[in-house]
Design a protein around this ligand. Structure first.
Ligand SMILES: *Cc1c(COP(=O)(O)O)cnc(C)c1O
Length: 509
């Protein structure tokens, strides 16, 4: 059986989507069958009861269909290709889910005593070690709940490091202009000032600018945050020089590790000289993301920053007395910890999934993940090069950026191409980011896609370029089959009004 993405010859006439009906309730209809009460009935506290609690009265089948239909309104990696650059929307193996649902893990209370939670602690200890091994760092804390929180932890550690040495003059952090938005936000939230660095024509950090800033403002520089490969998908060619320059000025180096999918088993950031890095377990290590659910952004550090790690971290409290016994694991707070960032020990379910993923692949498998991710991205890039403008025409890491401007289709923008992709069942790439590329589309195919899927995506992209010139209206009015069309995306995120009633007056689409 071959499963293919839908690729309509031409989606010219919009077909209205069947509206989802929310009002399903019929008085008296029940979907549950409770057992006969076998305990004496007790009165409920009257002040907690409400008269106006209008619960829907529906059958079980109606509920199942309703939620299945709702879920089908969304795009998901389990449904189709999802080349959302910088987000590493790879397939999440179902085995990870099985492991996370094992009752011994899933039902473990976070306040369970240490002796009774040795299996979970051993898993966390091993995961800390493996993440350290993959990236070349001495110690890892699993506490942060997301990449951005890992960044925040890292910059607070850098701050604490300088203050601990009595160096109170360092108030600035360098950030290249290709950085992810969370980087300058983190710097600002941690109380530092952002010093933006330009990129050179190859997409790397402008070394002259960096050297000048370090010469002129060296004593006020606390460190630098840099993503490798950058969000242009490029491996920083002068990375050793960058690190040395900042270190010579007395600053520390933070690596945004969200793009580790390009590096695993190939480059260890700790060995390059980075002092601290965060991982996105929900990107690189295949724990589900994209729905706003729990993430995990552990931080790895070298010996300098180890005492400052956020806690708690898992350590061995007592070595095993016999060779075939296990040591006693427990939580400890590092000696000069920046403190807690998250209740209890972080998002443990994500730790289980990442552990299962690394364990299944092993070290050579992990290297293959990155090699295939890089190969897939370069394949798509090379095959789109004669159709779209690729502003940095060199080997990329796991993703690459297109400048979506087509000769002879001046009215077409990156957004139009993205929306049209939805008609073909493909999730749009990242739009208008990185900011330094006009009309940017950041494409990340990931290693989990087949060559057939990549070829179909390439064909669709080429077809859209033809449509852009011949029938631009088709792109301007896309998407034609989605439940919502073109939203005011800022308002949709910042002022989310969800309602099942007819649209509010004045509400967009
Ligand atoms: C995703 C991402 C982040 C932020 O990670 P979250 O887990 O979403 O907070 C930071 N930097 C880069 C380059 C990213 O792609």
């Amino acid at each position: 059986m071959t499963l293919r993405m839908t690729m309509p010859e031409q989606v010219a006439t919009p077909e209205p989507l069947e509206p989802l009906i929310y009002e399903l309730s019929v008085p008296g209809r029940v979907g549950v069958n409770l057992p006969v009460c076998d305990v004496p009935a007790a009165p409920l506290p009257a002040d907690l009861l409400r008269d106006d609690l209008k619960l829907p009265e529906v059958s079980e089948l109606q509920v199942v269909r309703h939620y299945l239909k709702l879920s089908q309104l969304n795009h998901a990696i389990d449904k189709g290709f999802y080349p959302l650059g910088s987000c590493t929307m790879k397939y999440n193996p179902k085995l990870n889910e099985d492991m996370a649902r094992l009752p011994g893990f899933a039902a473990l209370h976070p306040l369970h005593d240490t002796e009774g939670a040795q299996g979970a602690l051993a898993l966390m200890y091993e995961l800390q070690r493996w993440l350290g091994e993959i990236s070349g760092f001495e110690a890892v804390s699993l506490a942060p709940a997301a990449g951005a929180q890992g960044e925040f932890a890292g910059i607070l550690m850098i701050r604490r490091y300088h203050l601990d040495r009595g160096d109170t003059q360092r108030t600035k952090i360098l950030v290249p202009n290709s950085a992810h938005g969370t980087n300058p936000a983190t710097v600002t939230m941690a109380g530092f000032e952002v010093v933006e660095l330009p990129s050179d024509e190859r997409g790397d950090v402008d070394m002259n600018a960096l050297k000048q800033v370090c010469r002129e403002q060296g004593s006020s520089i606390a460190g630098m945050m840099i993503t490798v490969p950058s969000t242009l998908g490029l491996f920083e060619e002068h990375i050793l020089d960058v690190i040395e320059t900042v270190h010579n000025a007395g600053g520390l180096m933070y690596m945004d590790g969200a793009n580790m999918n390009a590096l695993m088993g190939i480059v260890k950031p700790g060995e390059l000289g980075f002092d601290v890095m965060h991982y996105n377990l929900h990107k690189t290590f295949s724990t589900p993301h994209g729905g706003g659910g729990p993430g995990s952004g552990p931080v790895g550090v070298n010996a300098k920053l180890k005492p400052f790690l956020p806690g708690p971290v898992v350590d061995i409290l007592e070595e095993a007395s016999e060779p075939d016994e296990s040591p006693l694991y427990g939580f400890v707070m590092p000696s000069k910890s920046i403190g807690r960032l998250k209740a209890f020990q972080g998002n443990f379910g994500m730790h289980v999934r990442a552990y299962a993923y690394i364990r299944i692949y092993g070290d050579s498998g992990i290297r293959d993940v990155s090699r295939h991710a890089v190969l897939n991205a370069n394949y798509v890039r090379a095959r789109l090069m004669d159709t779209y403008k690729i502003p940095y025409p060199r080997y990329c890491g796991h993703e690459f950026v297109i400048e979506a401007r087509l000769d002879g289709a001046e009215s077409i923008h990156a957004l139009d191409i993205s929306k049209r992709l939805m008609d073909y069942g493909i999730h749009p790439p990242t739009n208008y980011f990185p900011l330094i590329v006009p009309e940017a589309l950041l494409i990340e195919p990931t290693e989990t896609e087949t060559k057939e899927t990549l070829d179909e995506f390439i064909d669709v992209m080429k077809k859209i370029a033809v449509e852009a010139r011949q029938t631009p209206e088709l792109l301007h009015t896309a998407p034609h089959h989605a439940p919502v069309k073109r939203l005011d995306e800022v308002r949709a995120a910042k002022q989310l009004v969800l309602c099942c009633a007819p649209a509010l007056p004045g509400a967009a689409d």
